[in-house]
Design a protein around this ligand. Structure first.
Ligand SMILES: [Zn+2]
Ligand SMILES: [Zn+2]
Length: 182
């Protein structure tokens, strides 16, 4: 991976994207750019669930055929799901080069709590690093502080750091397949 491109779906505040861009650039020591936004992903909306199917959005992103060394990270404020789960914070191609992250459930307001801008930004960075980690072949890690620890809820996100543990860092690489991970 030599570049991360952020692809906003729907309106995502420019300031949030800029902070995420800087954070990812720092974490991975690569260039990170923000692409022009795509419209809200209506094509992935499920009217019964009132949520968006992340797999559909990811499939659209794969069609853009980003170069292998680029990681394309979709960023959205809409609520994502996959059929077997109530929600997902994101989804990624395991060893592919596309990943997607949602900020919807990372806001304190979603849980009826007062706004916490710093916590929100930290959570988004962690989940973005996590999904990008999947594209670097990493699966979930048992070290609860490692960014590759699974996040079944926002409490789990808060427990972990934005960093890879030593083991994950040494195993990250760039082969390409089409499996998916969440
Ligand atoms: Zn780890
Ligand atoms: Zn995961």
């Amino acid at each position: 991976m030599n570049q991360v491109q952020l692809l906003p779906f729907g309106s995502v505040p420019a300031e949030l994207l800029a902070e995420l861009r800087d954070g990812l650039s720092r974490e991975f020591s690569v260039r990170c750019d923000v692409l022009p936004p795509e419209p809200e992903p209506r094509f992935a909306f499920n009217i019964t669930r009132q949520q968006y199917l992340s797999t559909e959005i990811l499939a659209r992103m794969v069609k853009r055929n980003a170069p292998a060394a680029v990681r394309l990270l979709g960023v959205t404020l809409v609520d994502l799901y996959i059929p077997i789960l109530t929600f997902v914070f994101g989804e990624a191609q395991l060893r592919g080069n596309c990943a997607l992250v949602s900020a919807h459930r990372l806001r304190q307001e979603f849980y009826g709590l007062p706004t916490d801008a710093l916590l929100f930004r930290e959570r988004l960075l962690k989940e973005a690093v996590h999904e990008l980690g999947h594209t670097l072949t990493l699966s979930h890690c048992e070290d609860f502080e490692c960014v590759m620890a699974p996040s079944h809820g926002v409490e789990w996100v808060d427990l972990k750091t934005s960093k890879f543990c030593r083991s994950c860092r040494s195993h990250a690489h760039m082969q390409k397949t089409s499996e998916a991970a969440f």
